[in-house]
Design a protein around this ligand. Structure first.
Ligand code: ADP
Ligand code: PRP
Ligand code: MG
Length: 208
């Protein structure tokens, strides 16, 4: 049995066509079902539905053989303990700094609200900027509006969320997409099954 960890929402939705090409169609829909383990049309494959930030943890410990996770999440988790064989090129966006549109450029010291604490620390350290990081779990865009931070580090896609809150994108930290990650022991123990799935995904991606 191969267990694949996926998060609900955009990653699940965008991964479905890829899985489908490999003959994997979930029997239940996570939008309506409360089940956390989804059987699929393939007897040898099941999906576990978890929070996006938990995917690397499940795969690292072998609770799932493989998973799909955003590069943002992998950077923050530290991905040395996982194989990352494929860029699936789904859920694409940018990790950026953003600030109030009237706020001055970032100077030598800055207060940053983000859920990407490690990534933000590293980014500002490399620029020689002293950053006081405030960890949030969501709605980062609110922080500059209420005086909690000078800027944020968050994901930007259309830019609509920033705009709706009077913020503007500033600097690009990294282009983000979702990656297939594989547990290192599973890669050895279930090599054939995993490799054939990787080949199928690769074939589908090459056609896009
Ligand atoms: P969460 O509940 O953790 O916010 P999401 O489904 O919103 O879960 O995000 C999962 C992944 O999708 C993120 O780690 C990121 O890689 C990507 N992502 C997040 N927001 C966007 C967006 N607005 N557009 C495209 N991709 C996104
Ligand atoms: C993500 C991200 C930004 C927004 C960016 O939030 O955290 O807030 O998308 O996308 P945009 O540039 O197209 O507006 P998401 O929709 O995932 O909401 P949540 O993570 O706070 O639930
Ligand atoms: Mg989100």
């Amino acid at each position: 049995m191969l267990t694949i960890a996926v998060s609900k929402g955009r990653i699940y939705e965008e991964a479905l066509p890829l899985l489908e090409e490999a003959g994997i169609r979930p029997v239940d829909d996570p939008k309506t079902s409360r089940k956390l383990i989804l059987q699929t049309t393939r007897d040898d494959v099941q999906l576990v539905i978890i929070r996006a930030t938990d995917v690397p943890t499940f795969v690292e410990y072998g609770a799932a053989d493989m998973g799909i996770a955003g590069k943002d999440v992998l950077l923050e988790h530290g991905a040395e303990s996982l194989y990352e064989p494929l860029d699936l090129n789904i859920a694409t966006c940018r990790l950026m700094t953003a600030a109030h549109k009237d706020a001055p450029d970032i100077s030598r010291r800055v207060r940053v609200a983000t859920k990407y604490v490690k990534t933000a620390k590293k980014y500002f350290a490399e620029l020689g900027i002293q950053a006081d990081i405030i960890k949030l779990y969501g709605s980062m865009e609110l922080a500059p509006l209420v005086g909690l931070a000078d800027c944020i580090v968050d994901l930007v896609d259309t830019g609509n969320t920033l705009k709706a809150n009077g913020l503007e994108p500033r600097d690009l930290i990294m282009n983000i997409s979702s990656r297939l990650v594989v547990n290192k022991a599973a890669m050895k123990m279930k090599h054939q099954a995993i490799q054939s799935l990787l080949d199928q995904f690769e074939k589908t991606l090459a056609k896009r």
